[in-house]
Design a protein around this ligand. Structure first.
Ligand code: NAD
Length: 271
């Protein structure tokens, strides 16, 4: 049993290199740590306190004995995304695994939805994946191996009120995931989307007050009656659970799994 566990969690990604966008926090950091634990070299990306980021970078590298670098590229800027991919190719040797995870949220009825928020959500949650895939796929095609993992959402499969931009972007990324699965199919490249339900991260924490305002209810009611209401299991999923799935999708065992949008949502989309 112990040997089987070790085999499953051992360095199955040794020699691979991964970019994880938006990995200074939440799900992205969970995925980056899981990929590193499986032996992959990592490029972290995202915003935050410089000293904290440097601490994370050096601890991921030393804890898992992998190379870990950081890019501060802004995922709303196409040229910065292309530069980030080029830097990873140069400093890690390749980009074998690309995890498009960076994302933001805004909750408001459509008639009050700020125009700038619509633009930012579409840019960061959808267009960024187009730019990063566009830059990373030539190297993957050359090496005949690639794993593209888009962190979509249960909101890539179903809708909720007051999340027009987010739901539109997440449905868009589910479509993009399928297109890339077809384009990469003969070159050893898979493309899949992870569709989490609610995971307790700063992104969720920050929307509770807006949800309370939009629905006209308290914070406690938001957690019970809005966030966990559709999740049959009545629990938040964890970043580590998303990381474990990302490791599997990155592995050789998942070579035929492509074009899929996989719900990790406690039964939300089973309704
Ligand atoms: P988070 O707020 O904890 O982390 C978001 C990350 O994205 C951070 O590292 C942040 O710095 C980075 N980021 C934001 N804007 C950026 C930009 N312009 N350029 C570069 N980096 C940027 O959020 P999270 O909950 O971990 O969300 C991660 C992903 O998971 C998002 O795509 C989100 O839509 C998706 N998701 C989250 C949940 C959930 O319940 N938390 C559920 C479904 C899907």
């Amino acid at each position: 049993m112990a040997a089987a566990t070790m085999a499953a969690s051992g360095p199955i990604l040794k020699g691979r290199s991964a970019i994880v966008t938006g990995s200074t926090s939440g799900i992205g950091l969970g995925i980056a740590r899981s990929l590193a634990a499986a032996g992959a070299n990592i490029m972290l990306n995202g915003f935050g306190d410089k000293a904290e980021i440097e601490k994370t970078r050096s601890s991921v590298g030393s804890e898992f004995n992998v190379k870990c670098i950081y890019s501060g590229a802004d995922m709303s800027k196409g040229e910065q995304i292309a530069d980030m991919v080029q830097t990873a190719e140069r400093d890690l040797g390749s980009v074998d695994i690309l995890v498009n995870n960076a994302g933001i949220q805004h909750v408001a009825p459509i008639e009050e939805f700020p125009l700038a928020k619509w633009d930012a959500i579409i840019a960061i949650n959808l267009s960024a994946a187009f730019h990063s895939i566009r830059a990373a796929i030539p190297g993957m095609k050359k090496r005949k191996f690639g794993r593209i993992i888009n962190v979509a959402s249960a909101h890539g499969l179903v809708a909720s009120p007051f999340k027009s931009a987010y739901v539109a972007a997440k449905h868009g990324i589910v479509g993009l995931t399928k297109v890339i699965a077809l384009e990469g199919a003969e070159d050893g490249i898979t493309s899949n989307a992870i569709c989490p339900g609610y995971v307790w991260t700063p992104l969720v924490e920050k929307q509770i007050d807006d949800q309370a305002k939009s629905h006209g209810i308290s914070r406690e009611q938001v957690i019970r009656d809005v966030l966990l209401a559709p999740q049959a299991m009545k629990r938040f999923a964890t970043s580590e659970e998303m990381g474990a799935l990302a490791v599997f999708l990155s592995s050789d065992a998942a070579a035929s799994l492509t074009g899929a949008s996989i719900p990790v949502d406690g039964g939300w989309t089973a309704h």
